[in-house]
Design a protein around this ligand. Structure first.
Ligand SMILES: [Zn+2]
Length: 243
């Protein structure tokens, strides 16, 4: 069979999704100047149920598994596609899926995670980040990793699909992580994270990303102060360093 022969162990749908992702990678490269690996490509896996790697209680819409360099999507993606398109996904031109706005939006976020991991590996910094590593980190460091990771993924997603929202440090709690507050963790990590990384990535591109990977954010003390100081330090050091 075509699919089995091209990509052992993968279904025809997974091959189409994988080819759609190659198209979307090119769109991201053209718009942002960042570069994905050319010699290796992310694997795709369709699953019935997806759970967060570091929080197995939490069901999610898609996931990048760093350990195996695999993007997981729900099987419902196939059902939704087949409901709206002929021919079905397994026989479809990958460009049709790549140009589907909701898939493209989701894929741009996940490919942001892929890009961050690829930049980390190809600069000798190892995978960013494994679940085993995350579980060994302190809570303040875990929070920092989430801000860097989701902020970067959301940056690429919003760069390709702007929503016009104003970013600021005020989505972050002014208290420390041990103070119970009404602040929204997901908002702090995604939208707040996007505020932290945007100028670093806009002004310094891959150098900015490498700086963050080499200087992981550790959210000690009041959260808003810690992230504001981190962003300012990154911009200051990147502006004076030439490497
Ligand atoms: Zn994410």
């Amino acid at each position: 069979m075509y699919a089995t022969w091209v990509n052992p162990g993968h279904t025809a749908e997974e091959v189409v999704i994988s080819n759609a992702l190659v198209i979307i990678e090119k769109q991201i490269e053209a718009k942002t100047g960042f570069r994905f690996n050319t010699n290796s490509h992310v694997q795709v896996s369709l699953l019935h149920e997806l759970y967060d790697g570091v929080d197995p209680q939490r069901q999610i819409a898609s996931r990048y598994v760093i350990e195996t360099e695999t993007l997981q999507f729900p099987i419902s993606l196939t059902y939704d596609f087949n409901r709206d398109h002929k021919p079905s996904l397994m026989n479809s031109d990958p460009r049709v899926l790549a140009n589907n706005p909701s898939f493209n939006d989701l894929a741009c976020h996940e490919l942001g995670h892929v890009l961050m991991d690829q930049v980390s590996r190809r600069n000798g910094l190892g995978p960013f980040f494994t679940v085993d590593y995350f579980n060994l980190c302190s809570r303040s460091h875990q929070f920092g990793i989430n801000i860097m990771a989701e902020g970067t993924a959301t940056y690429f997603q919003r760069k390709m699909h702007p929503t016009g929202e104003t970013l600021s440090q005020f989505v972050f709690s002014p208290y420390d992580i041990d103070t119970p507050t009404m602040f929204d963790y997901v908002l702090m990590v995604n939208q707040g994270g996007q505020w932290v990384v945007t100028d670093i990535l806009e002004k310094h591109g891959e150098r900015g990303l490498i700086w963050m990977l080499k200087n992981p954010l550790n959210v000690l003390g009041p959260i808003r102060t810690a992230v504001t100081d981190y962003r300012a330090r990154a911009l200051h050091e990147l502006a004076k360093e030439r490497w």
